[in-house]
Design a protein around this ligand. Structure first.
Ligand code: ADP
Ligand code: MG
Length: 683
């Protein structure tokens, strides 16, 4: 195959390769390998398994992890189809290694009794015990784990041999690409060019050499490409011209005078950022980021009032109805009476819904609150000027862009998120937006006292709960989601509910995944009205709702949560004047690592700080919520290992933006790394 001077070869269909037929192509397509370029990132296995060395008590179900364990006992059943089992321990817990279709001799050889070995594999749980089936790497020397295995982790239906044939063919035919980076950048990677780097990447001798220049160069390519895409989107949105909204201090004071508190400096600063944007002639696309309880809602409402007095309509979308209702109620309280606002709820009568839809169409309703239902096709606005989206960190770049298009050119967009993210990630996650941050908490907040308790000390906890209830306080009791089974999740919360209900009859409510939305909202509303003292639930309470009277949160099996998630949960309490407490419960004694994590939480109440630490300890993929989001999935780059590359890319992008440099020489890079071509998709 020729075509060596352009990108067509790399973006060509896989059937262009010798030895790849329709069948192989289909198999690879299922793995999201659509062309030759995509195939380049299917790496020898040990690259992709960035294994984690864990203690048993810290294991996470469903992940490939590495542990050092001591085999204690063999269970070799003499029945066909039953697997061989080896009971193993470390100082923190137990785990079984399971081997299907294996010889006893083999198992004994790799897991000798009473000798410490290092194994690696996907962790599962069976009848309440951790297990790992056919561990992939097994070694007595942990330093060997990375190097002994250089197999490509492919895919049923394609043999190792075929795969090697394909990849060698590609490497031999790599086109010469023009360098896209500046000299000053390239020198940092010892001038490694793209081609040589790719070839080195696939050399088995280089497995695990992710600190080498060729690897860093390639990681930098993808970081830079993703930042550049985001930056281009931002530039494009900024170029959109709109009718500016007028701004008067009087409108603001209208609300501010009704508050029984002063805005914090950061709230004022964010409000200024937003007002400046609303007032300008280009479209706003801004993120308001602030820890739980930092007071984002009020900022969004004050800014809305300006938009309304400029003759435009506002739509505020929340992730749940109950949250939409809370925002609506607050606006009702604060807005001047003559401003007509509405809550579009799925529970409203049809007649009422129709009325709201009509009054949005004829501009009688100035602001509407609701869930994503407010963006249904039949909901039309006369003059929508401002969209506010609350708690939607799970929106990816693409969804946000759609949203920004939705309202038309005159519509400004504000996203609010209580999910602080480490600084290195801001550009990759929110690089398409301008960002305002509220770091400071309202100064009337008391610190939430955080305790840890072993589960067998539950009597102490109950005594504490009793005391709090007697004082008229409310309590959240969180049972963790059991990942592998919705049913178990349901069971564990039901059991806890029954247990607590016996102790506190008629005072306990239960929320779990199986409860329908309507009923959920009803339970939450009753809890808000203090009809119950304890709310047993899974993590549904995480999102945004303000329960000023709840001041205790108890989180069971707290090990199962990331620190940021625990911080978010903890932020559900401590909104009122009373001292708030958070009790983290654990099944067994904490390992040193787990203790370290919990101490971070006890010592800090700053979500940004916690998220940094959380990322360092648990890895990037685990950061709250982003696992499911549309966030860029890096092929090689790792925000923890490659922090310097993220900073370098940010610096370069800022330079391009500031000096208004042409991005022409990066066209090839973007073509390869942003195949969806999100920039040119834009209007
Ligand atoms: P979040 O940023 O998590 O969305 P909210 O907007 O729900 O936070 O605000 C949490 C609580 O803090 C609300 O009860 C709100 O009235 C209150 N609040 C907001 N700003 C201040 C402030 N500057 N001083 C005191 N309380 C405030
Ligand atoms: Mg909020």
């Amino acid at each position: 195959m020729k075509n060596k001077n352009n990108y067509d070869y790399l973006l060509a269909d896989l059937t262009k390769l010798n030895g790849v037929g329709k069948k192989t192509m289909e198999i690879l397509k299922k793995k999201k390998v659509n062309n030759i370029f995509d195939l380049l990132w299917r790496l020898p296995k040990s690259y992709t398994d960035r294994t984690l060395v864990s203690k048993i008590c810290d294991l996470q179900i469903g992940k490939v992890q590495t542990i050092r364990i001591t085999p204690l006992k063999y269970q070799f059943p003499r029945i066909r189809n039953l697997p061989n089992r080896v009971n193993c321990i470390d100082e923190t817990g137990k785990i079984d290694c399971i081997f299907f279709n294996s010889y006893d001799g083999y198992v004994k050889k790799i897991l000798p009794l009473n000798e410490e070995v290092t194994i690696s594999g996907k962790i599962s749980s069976y009848k309440g015990r951790y297990q790992v089936t056919n561990p992939t790497y097994v070694s007595q020397d942990s330093s060997l784990i990375e190097t002994i295995n250089n197999k490509y982790s492919l895919t049923e239906g394609i043999t190792e041999k075929t795969y090697n044939k394909i990849i060698n063919q590609i490497l031999k035919n790599l086109p010469r690409l023009n360098e896209w980076h500046d000299k000053e950048v390239l020198i940092k990677f010892d001038n490694q060019n793209w081609n040589d780097s790719i070839i080195k990447l696939h050399d088995p001798a280089n497995i695990g050499n992710y600190k080498e220049n060729f690897y860093k160069r390639l990681a930098y390519d993808e970081i830079f490409a993703s930042f550049l895409v985001n930056s281009e989107i931002r530039k494009k949105i900024k170029k959109i011209k709109k009718i500016s909204k007028k701004f008067t201090q009087k409108t603001h004071n209208n609300i501010i005078n009704k508050l029984d508190f002063n805005l914090t400096n950061d709230q004022n600063k964010s409000l200024n950022d937003i007002n400046k944007d609303l007032n300008s002639k280009s479209k706003m696309f801004r993120l308001l980021q602030g820890d739980v309880g930092s007071g984002k809602t009020i900022v969004s409402l004050i800014s809305s009032l300006n938009v309304i007095s400029s003759g435009f309509q506002v739509a505020l979308m929340a992730p749940t109805e109950i949250l939409a209702r809370q925002h609506y109620t607050l606006a009702k309280k604060l807005f001047p009476r003559n401003i007509h606002i509405a809550l579009l709820s799925s529970k409203s009568e049809n007649i009422e819904k129709k009325k709201i839809i009509n009054e949005l169409k004829n501009n009688k309703i100035k602001m509407v609150f609701g869930t994503h239902a407010i963006f249904q096709k039949k909901v039309l606005f006369k003059n929508l000027g401002y969209i506010i989206i609350d708690e939607q960190h799970k929106f990816g770049v693409r969804q946000r862009k759609l949203l920004s298009d939705k309202g038309g050119n005159n519509c400004d967009v504000l996203l609010m998120s209580a999910t602080p993210i480490p600084r290195t990630l801001t550009m990759s996650i929110y690089g398409d937006m301008d960002v305002s941050i509220i770091r400071e908490k309202p100064n009337n907040r008391k610190e939430i006292k955080t305790y840890s308790k072993l589960e067998n000390k539950i009597d102490d906890v109950i005594r504490f709960v009793k005391k709090e209830i007697n004082e008229g306080n409310q309590i959240f009791w969180v049972c963790p989601l059991i990942e592998e089974s919705k049913k178990l999740d349901h069971q564990s919360s039901v059991i806890k509910y029954k247990f607590l209900n016996k102790l506190f009859p008629n005072k306990v409510a239960l929320l779990h995944g199986k409860i329908e939305n309507d009923e959920k909202e009803e339970i939450l509303n009753k809890f808000l009205k203090k009809e119950y003292s304890i709310l047993v639930s899974t993590t549904i309470i995480e999102v945004g709702i303000d329960f000023p009277n709840a001041n205790v949160i108890i989180i069971e099996n707290a090990n199962k949560f990331g620190l940021s998630q625990l911080h978010q949960l903890r932020g559900r309490v401590g909104r009122g004047i009373k001292q708030a407490s958070c009790i983290l419960m654990f099944k067994s004694n904490l390992s040193a690592n787990a203790k370290k994590r919990i101490n971070i939480l006890k010592n800090s109440n700053d979500g940004f700080e916690i998220s940094e630490e959380d990322m360092k300890l648990r890895g990037f993929g685990d950061l709250l919520g982003f696992k499911q989001s549309g966030i860029k999935n890096f092929k090689l780059a790792d925000p923890i290992q490659n922090e310097d590359l993220f900073l370098l890319a940010e610096e370069q992008i800022k330079k391009i933006e500031k000096e208004n440099l042409s991005i022409n020489k990066y066209k090839g890079l973007l073509k390869l790394y942003d195949q969806a071509d999100i920039i040119n998709d834009m209007v």
